[in-house]
Design a protein around this ligand. Structure first.
Ligand code: NDP
Length: 484
């Protein structure tokens, strides 16, 4: 596959290049080779993208919801038809194994385009009858130009999760992928044009944080939706606040998985594997603090280490491979720093902890036991394949400790006790909770964080509220009564 894109940016329906922008090499995590080079957007490119999105917006919003939805659903169909090639590109961009990308990335992007394509025609305001015959109607209107800024772990999915609801509501978008994974969003832009979206409705510009910052503060921008870390979220939220722009912040987490003694052992272990080692642990909603009730800990760790022995590390393009490299050498170093801290702070390393003897940015799936709440591996987001197992005795204690974190993205409980499962779900301070599973995120369900993990929700009907605004129109049916 030729991984070098036609040009770095996609603006106003076409590829655009400006080689005076800083070159950004795209490195394949399995080989360390440079597979493409793009250039960061210059101020001229940023201007062109925002101007194009601004010019396209009114006409796009003037289409009926049915017409906008048809385009989004057509884009979903094209994505599904091209799933194989898009998945290969996602693997080149991120290093995630093809066995994952073929089921989780373009397919999830297509789901979002299809779902919000379907919703587009159903969007309505409201009629509010008042006394005396007067009434108010509330028009649901687009916000205008939206900016999307993505993290590097799910480049196709993030672009679609932001574009689909934004476009369904009649907004246009300028999207900046992470500099680490700049390739996939360009394909989303190509596909939307092919599906019939007018030029300018979805634009992609490359670059580092400074390009994101330039987009965030442009007076023509009405909303910023960021997927990224908490420190970046704080900066972007503050910058957006200056212009009172709407925001959606999908940020990091340190999510708990609580496993009671009565849980199905294999479901709990499977949930912990999914919630810690999928995408080599580079998932925001990962359940990295696994609280296991005391009587189950030994059996849990035995079964976990046994099943980790089945992980197949290797060429991400081989379908048997189930565990790929980390996205970059830098990210692996960060994670190794946390592993060293875990050992230093006295946690018991029961699996992994080292680099395997092979090329690529691989790191063994790592499990620490005897972790305590104050250790840095139990407090900080690691964003890599590192699981911390903590022990608890009572339900009350588990819930209190699970919530004892500034984050609030996800949480799960594993138990066969129905009442306890729902009590825990109600008690978790997290935006996305699971009973007897972890990390599934279908487009039909709201996804997002409480506390420091974010503001707003992606997916589900809730996303519509974050990409549209209501205008109340008062209609007088009787003569105006003025005091003088
Ligand atoms: P970062 O926060 O480093 O970056 C996120 C994006 O913001 C990147 O595109 C980055 O550009 C850009 N950016 C950086 N600084 C600014 C700025 N001042 N203004 C505007 N944009 C800026 O996150 P990572 O890419 O390292 O992704 C990992 C993080 O993302 C983790 O914390 C993870 O939990 C979180 N995440 C959250 C998800 C969720 O839905 N809640 C899902 C996936 C990840 P560049 O990097 O190119 O410089």
């Amino acid at each position: 596959m030729d991984t070098q894109p036609t040009a770095s940016h996609f603006i106003d329906g076409a590829y655009v290049e400006d080689t005076t922008g800083t070159p950004i090499p795209v490195i394949y995590a399995y080989t360390g080779e440079t597979i493409a080079t793009v250039h960061a957007a210059t101020p001229g490119i940023v201007e062109k993208a925002i101007a194009s999105a601004k010019a396209a917006q009114a006409e796009w919003a003037a289409l009926s919801g049915t017409e906008r939805g048809r385009i989004l659903r057509r884009a979903a169909d094209i994505m599904r038809t091209r799933n194989h090639d898009l998945s290969v590109l996602e693997t080149f961009d991120t290093g995630k194994p093809l066995s994952e990308t073929i089921v989780a990335d373009a397919t999830s992007g297509a789901d979002a385009l299809e779902y919000f394509g379907g919703l587009a025609a159903t969007l309505t305001g409201e009629h509010i009858q008042l006394g005396g015959g007067d009434f108010v109607y509330a028009r649901r209107e687009a916000l205008g130009v939206c900016v999307g800024i993505g993290a590097w772990n799910y480049p196709t999915q993030i672009a679609c999760w932001k574009a689909a609801p934004a476009l369904a509501c009649g907004n246009t978008m300028v999207f900046k992928p992470s500099e680490t994974t700049p390739l996939c969003a360009l394909k989303v832009a190509e596909i939307l044009i092919e599906a019939g979206a007018p030029p300018g409705v979805f634009n992609v510009v490359q670059g580092m944080g400074e390009v994101g910052a330039a987009l965030t503060t442009d007076p023509r921008v009405a909303k910023v939706s960021l997927t990224g870390s908490v420190p970046t979220g704080q900066k972007v939220y503050a910058a957006a606040a200056e212009g009172l722009r709407h925001v959606t912040m999908e940020l990091g987490g340190k999510s708990p998985q609580v496993v009671f003694e009565d849980a199905d052992l294999d479901d709990a272990v499977g949930g912990a594997i999914l919630g810690n080692f999928y995408s080599s642990g580079q998932v925001c909603s990962n359940g990295t603090r696994v609280f296991v009730q005391r009587g189950l800990v030994d059996r849990f760790l035995d079964r976990l280490t046994e099943r980790l022995g089945n992980a197949v590390m290797g060429d991400p393009m081989e379908m048997e491979t189930t565990f790929g490299p980390m996205v970059s050498a830098r990210q692996r170093e960060i994670v190794e720093g946390f592993i060293a801290k875990g050992i230093e702070e006295g946690a018991r390393l029961v699996h992994g902890g080292t680099r395997p003897d092979r090329d690529g940015f691989f790191l063994d799936p790592t499990v620490f036991a005897d972790v305590t709440d104050e250790m840095s591996i139990a407090r900080d987001e690691i964003f890599g394949p590192v699981m911390s197992v903590l022990t608890f005795d009572t339900e009350e204690e588990a819930l209190r400790r699970a919530n004892d974190t500034p984050f609030g993205l996800a949480a799960s409980v594993f138990t066969k006790d129905l009442a306890r499962a729902h009590r825990m779900a109600a008690g978790f301070q997290a935006g996305t909770c699971y009973i007897n599973t972890h990390n599934l995120s279908p487009v039909e369900a709201p996804f997002g964080g409480m506390k420091m993990s974010g503001v707003g929700r992606e997916n589900s009907k809730a996303a519509i509220e974050h990409y549209s605004q209501l205008k109340g129109v008062y209609v007088a049916m009787t003569p105006v009564e003025a005091p003088f």
